[in-house]
Design a protein around this ligand. Structure first.
Ligand SMILES: Cc1cc2nc3c(=O)[nH]c(=O)nc-3n(C[C@H](O)[C@H](O)[C@H](O)COP(=O)(O)O)c2cc1C
Ligand SMILES: Nc1ncnc2c1ncn2[C@@H]1O[C@H](COP(=O)(O)OP(=O)(O)OP(=O)(O)O)[C@@H](O)[C@H]1O
Length: 173
């Protein structure tokens, strides 16, 4: 079934996975799968909250791994009910962590799923400890490659630029 896609939305209850999710690699997939599992268990809709363009693309001109269309396609395949795609621009990036918490409150999250390095808000000042003051947070353990380093969009960009497409495709799942 297709997910509902919004730029912003309010909901009576939700389980949210948050992130840039550029490439929707195996680590991202784990975060999103956890949200879908928790949503099924608690009978509450699952939401992926993501950004377009990905913040690293916006700030550093990083190469984008997936277009928004491809990203939505990969997210939908994981069985998510709703996707919020926030437009990431100068105005959005200036919102402080508390303002973003107010945005999340509008989704009434029963749980929020993130990876352990998740940061948010102006100058990346918001962290998991702050989020935990307002919501119930589940942290997904890092999905690592064979050398023990976590899979990341940055690593995949590097592999692609080195022509290591077999490995990058393996990480992209
Ligand atoms: C409201 C808001 C403001 C942000 N402002 C900044 C910023 O000023 N500088 C920055 O590097 N990242 C900023 N970000 C991006 C975050 O650092 C981070 O990339 C985003 O929350 C997604 O998390 P992820 O990178 O772990 O997927 C902001 C994010 C949000 C939600
Ligand atoms: N390997 C991983 N295992 C588990 N969770 C992950 C992994 N990589 C990222 N996450 C989590 O997924 C969400 C989205 O992460 P993000 O888009 O920043 O990925 P990233 O691969 O670290 O990207 P980049 O390298 O561009 O910073 C965040 O909550 C993050 O903590």
């Amino acid at each position: 079934m297709k997910a509902h896609v919004y730029t912003s939305v309010e909901m009576p209850c939700s389980i949210i996975a948050i992130g840039a999710f550029d490439g929707v690699h195996k680590g991202h997939q784990e975060v999103i799968k956890q949200a879908v599992q928790r949503s099924k268990k608690r009978k509450v809709p699952s939401v992926v909250y993501t950004f377009d363009p990905p913040p690293l693309v916006f700030f550093q001109g990083a190469r984008m791994l997936t277009s928004i269309e491809e990203k939505l396609e990969k997210i939908e395949k994981l069985g998510v009910d709703h996707v919020v795609v926030a437009r990431f621009d100068h105005l959005f990036a200036k919102r402080n962590a508390y303002r973003f918490i107010d945005t999340l409150r509008k989704l009434n999250p029963a749980e929020i799923i993130v990876g352990e390095d998740f940061r948010f808000g102006k100058d990346r000042l918001g962290d998991i400890a702050l989020l935990e003051k307002y919501f119930r947070i589940q942290v997904t353990m890092p999905v690592c490659c064979s050398n023990g380093n976590p899979i990341s969009s940055t690593r995949i960009r590097q592999l692609i630029s080195e022509g290591e497409t077999t490995l990058s495709n393996a990480f992209l799942g």
